[in-house]
Design a protein around this ligand. Structure first.
Ligand SMILES: *Cc1c(COP(=O)(O)O)cnc(C)c1O
Length: 359
């Protein structure tokens, strides 16, 4: 079986091996040293400005999204602008609503890119925070963070970026791109099991955190920060995944570092899209800016769900879509431990399926 999914994804043999080690006790100086070293390395990978802190929250990406929204913004004094162009933008909207934080929604139409023009309606709103998914994974779209940062600079809003599917796939440089808080999850391009959610707070976010009451208990960001200062977590951490993270980060270093990692991903995505266009000219890839982590494919006149099921029988697992795009859009992942050669049987299988459907 091969996973061309967007999480969980194929894990390297080294990461899988680390997952089977006997776990040590963690309230020790040795474990604290590991946590502080991992923090340092993550801050580098996020391009975090000096004075930033990285927290390893337990939970999937949604836990980090909720921790950031509820922990940085107060229903009594904050108001948010939320970019919504798909199901992950919608998730931010639902989290803000659940915590009763006043918000407005900037809707990005399907097939359109995020533009400065879309922010024009909100210049008088002056929110204290902007929530955006760098990658809207439900449709494989990548937003230009520069546009969001320009808006935040002119309004003073804190820029919170869900980089769950873009981290290690697409360029994320918190300092250069003006990002105050960024978060990801272990099962996407980090290619680890689900359950660990790194969350980075820049200096402005740390100041905001200090001034904000914490409504959440398990996901209390202040408690996590207080503990991380000594390399610990308030509760039992996702210990096995933390050791797997250590292995994965060492692999990235050995492979030439972040730039090389991003380069390999960009090359794989570009190669796949070229091959898809050459072998399957009938299928359409939307023109909007795309993440290198996945390729969205509009399957009409074919049924996307039937394609997924046919490939699944062959052990080739692509990513189905939900809701209104169940039958028209499929997503082929490029995250994880995958090589070009592994896409050959996938492309062949899609070609023969479409030929059979045509008859
Ligand atoms: C996967 C993903 C998440 C988190 O989903 P979980 O299932 O909670 O890990 C959040 N945002 C984006 C953009 C994602 O792709």
């Amino acid at each position: 079986m091969t996973l061309f999914t967007v999480g969980p994804v194929e894990m390297s043999p080294a990461v899988r091996e680390t997952g089977s080690i006997a776990l040590p006790y963690f309230r020790t100086a040795g474990f604290s040293r590991l946590m502080l070293a991992l923090e340092e390395e993550l801050l580098g990978l996020f391009g975090a400005p000096g004075g930033s802190r990285a927290l390893l929250m337990s939970g999937s990406g949604t836990a980090a999204m909720e921790a950031a929204v509820a922990g940085l913004f107060d229903p009594a004094s904050d108001r948010l602008l939320i970019v919504n162009g798909g199901s992950f933008g919608q998730r931010f909207v639902e989290i803000a609503a659940r915590h009763r934080i006043p918000h407005r929604v900037l809707t990005v139409p399907f097939e359109a890119d995020l533009t400065a023009g879309l922010f024009a309606d909100f210049t008088d709103y002056s929110p204290t925070g902007l929530l955006i998914n760098q990658g809207e994974t439900s449709i494989g779209k990548l937003y230009d963070l520069g546009i969001a940062a320009d808006f935040c600079r002119s309004t003073g809003a804190l820029l919170v970026v869900d980089a769950v599917s873009s981290f290690l796939n697409d360029r994320l440089d918190m300092e250069a791109q003006g990002v105050d808080c960024a978060l990801t999850a272990s099962q996407k391009a980090l290619a680890l099991p689900p359950g660990l959610a790194p969350l980075v707070l820049g200096p402005r976010a740390l100041a905001k955190l200090e001034a904000t009451p914490q409504p959440l208990y398990y996901l209390d960001l202040s408690a996590a920060l207080r503990n991380q200062k000594r390399g610990q977590t308030p509760w039992t951490p996702a210990l096995a995944i933390i050791y797997q993270l250590e292995t994965r980060l060492a692999d990235i270093r050995a492979g030439g570092g972040l730039a090389a990692e991003l380069g390999r991903r960009a090359e794989l995505a570009a190669w796949f899209r070229t091959e898809l266009g050459r072998r399957l000219p009938g299928l359409r890839v939307p023109a909007y800016l795309k993440s290198n982590g996945l390729t969205p494919v509009l399957t009409e006149p074919y049924d996307a769900r039937a394609l997924f099921e046919s490939l699944e029988e062959k052990g080739l697992i692509i990513t189905p879509s939900g809701g209104e795009r169940t039958h028209t859009l499929t997503r082929i992942g490029h995250m994880g431990h995958l090589s070009q050669a592994q896409y050959e049987p996938l492309l062949d299988a899609i070609v023969s399926w479409t030929e059979k459907e045509k008859r």
